[in-house]
Design a protein. Structure first.
Length: 205
């Protein structure tokens, strides 16, 4: 694998390779049911973010216009964060640690060549969602933040990311989510006008 690695822009082994291998070794010692649970959460935990975003929208219906605007924008923010992550991956072109290190059996199947590692897209997406939800509802935002931290940790634990992939993913996701969440809040007046228009069209009685 050394040939393809030389052609890539970034090699994460010197920074996080040792820690990754220690975490991978520890993960392989976990009871099998725990391994399966971690792998399932790591692969599908983003569904919980969708549940939290739906709950945020439901609670924001009676909140101010800025909160509702952010709740409505949350899915779009997550899509933008994913796109930014995909673009950055294509520039950094870091190979997955399970492709270049002797990690043994990982809890999640190692992605194929060309599926780059840095930053972790699962981490980016969930941190972006958490940053928006924090501006909508502190309680739901806190739950989303806990979900994001757990998601990031799981991506290393299942063997498909270096620790630094998750750290950069958290920074990128938070920056995109917070920035776009603030921007979405400026649409409060539009949301309020829509609300008022619906009230005027409601039949009397």
């Amino acid at each position: 694998m050394t040939g393809p690695v030389r052609a890539l822009a970034l090699d994460g082994r010197p920074l996080g390779g040792g820690l990754y291998l220690r975490i991978d070794h520890w993960a392989q010692q976990l009871p099998v049911p725990v391994q399966h649970t971690v792998a399932a959460f790591s692969a599908c935990g983003v569904v919980l973010l969708a549940v939290l975003m739906t709950a945020a929208w439901w609670r924001a219906r009676r909140a101010d216009g800025a909160a509702l605007a952010r709740a409505l924008a949350a899915p779009l923010v997550v899509v933008v964060a994913f796109a930014a992550d995909t673009l950055l991956k294509s520039v950094l072109r870091e190979p997955r640690p399970c492709q270049v290190l002797d990690a043994g059996r990982t809890l999640e199947a190692c992605p194929g060549a060309g599926d780059w590692s840095l930053p972790s897209n699962h981490t980016v997406v969930v941190f972006a969602g958490a940053a928006v939800l924090w501006q909508v509802d502190r309680r739901l935002g806190g739950l989303a933040l806990l979900l994001a931290v757990a998601m990031g940790a799981s991506r290393v634990l299942v063997g498909v990311h270096y620790p630094q992939d998750v750290v950069l993913g958290a920074v990128l996701g938070t920056a995109v989510g917070y920035g776009l969440g603030r921007l979405a809040g400026r649409a409060a007046s539009v949301v309020e006008r829509v609300r008022q228009g619906r009230l005027r069209r409601r039949p009397a009685g």
